[in-house]
Design a protein around this ligand. Structure first.
Ligand SMILES: [Zn+2]
Length: 243
């Protein structure tokens, strides 16, 4: 059933405003139930978050994709030893190559697996139905693999990382698949190729982006040292974003 024109316009304007203001402005309010329109269920748009507004001395560690676990044994040990509550935005095809790696992380530490779509497409090229298929499909595979569904979405940027990775349809597709917030990041501390980004001065509420793979242990170590230097501790993102 087509959605009411005015509702779509409001969502589009809101998303445009958020895109303009991000990453300085973000929403952390709980999702409100949208009024049913002629029997159709349209969830309230999920907030887009690139930084968490908090006075707590915390930072948030997020790790994407999930490939090359065989080169990240040291990173897993570090996550477990320091009990880092990382948010792992994983692709199903990646964790299915090495479920034991992630099962160990979930069983012995506070990390959680979240949604990064099924095939890593540029979501903005898809219809809302196509986006729901990507996001709900990843949710269903995660439930089957780990018995725990994702609650947060990090949209993928396709093969060429087309910014901004999401649009107004993403913000309604995500909550329809159980993801109550769309999580971007404040700082990408991933070593890309041979280039390691400079380490920033972290602030309370910053979200750090890392990627699974051979550089994760070193990248995570730099992130934790920057957090320590700023007097900040890693905290669970769900605790700050979900009502
Ligand atoms: Zn990715």
């Amino acid at each position: 059933m087509p959605r009411p024109r005015t509702g779509r316009r409001v969502r589009t304007l809101l998303a445009a405003a958020l895109t303009t203001l991000a990453p300085l402005v973000f929403l952390t309010g709980p999702a409100q139930a949208a009024p049913a329109a002629a029997g159709a269920w349209t969830p309230a748009p999920a907030p887009v978050v690139s930084h968490v507004e908090t006075d707590d001395p915390v930072v948030f560690i997020t790790i994407d994709d999930g490939w090359a676990t065989e080169e990240a044994a040291g990173a897993r040990q570090l996550l477990l030893e320091r009990r880092i509550p990382a948010s792992l935005f994983l692709l199903p095809d990646a964790y299915e190559r090495d479920r034991d790696y992630y099962r160990t992380l979930l069983a012995h530490g506070p990390s959680r697996i979240e949604n990064h779509t099924t095939t890593h497409p540029d979501l903005t090229t898809l219809t809302e139905a196509g986006q729901r298929a990507e996001i709900c499909g990843a949710r269903d595979r995660q439930l089957a693999a780990f018995g725990d569904g994702p609650r947060l979405l990090r949209p993928a940027g396709g093969a060429t990382y087309n910014w901004p990775y999401h649009n107004a349809d993403t913000r309604t597709a995500a909550p329809a698949c159980g993801a109550e917030a769309i999580v971007m990041w404040t700082h990408d501390l991933t070593t890309w190729g041979s280039w390691t980004p400079p380490t920033p001065e972290l602030k309370a509420g910053d979200i750090v982006l890392l990627h699974m793979g051979p550089t994760l242990e070193a990248d995570l170590t730099r992130a934790l040292e920057a957090a320590d230097a700023a007097g900040l501790s890693p905290a669970p993102l769900r605790d700050y974003l979900l009502g």
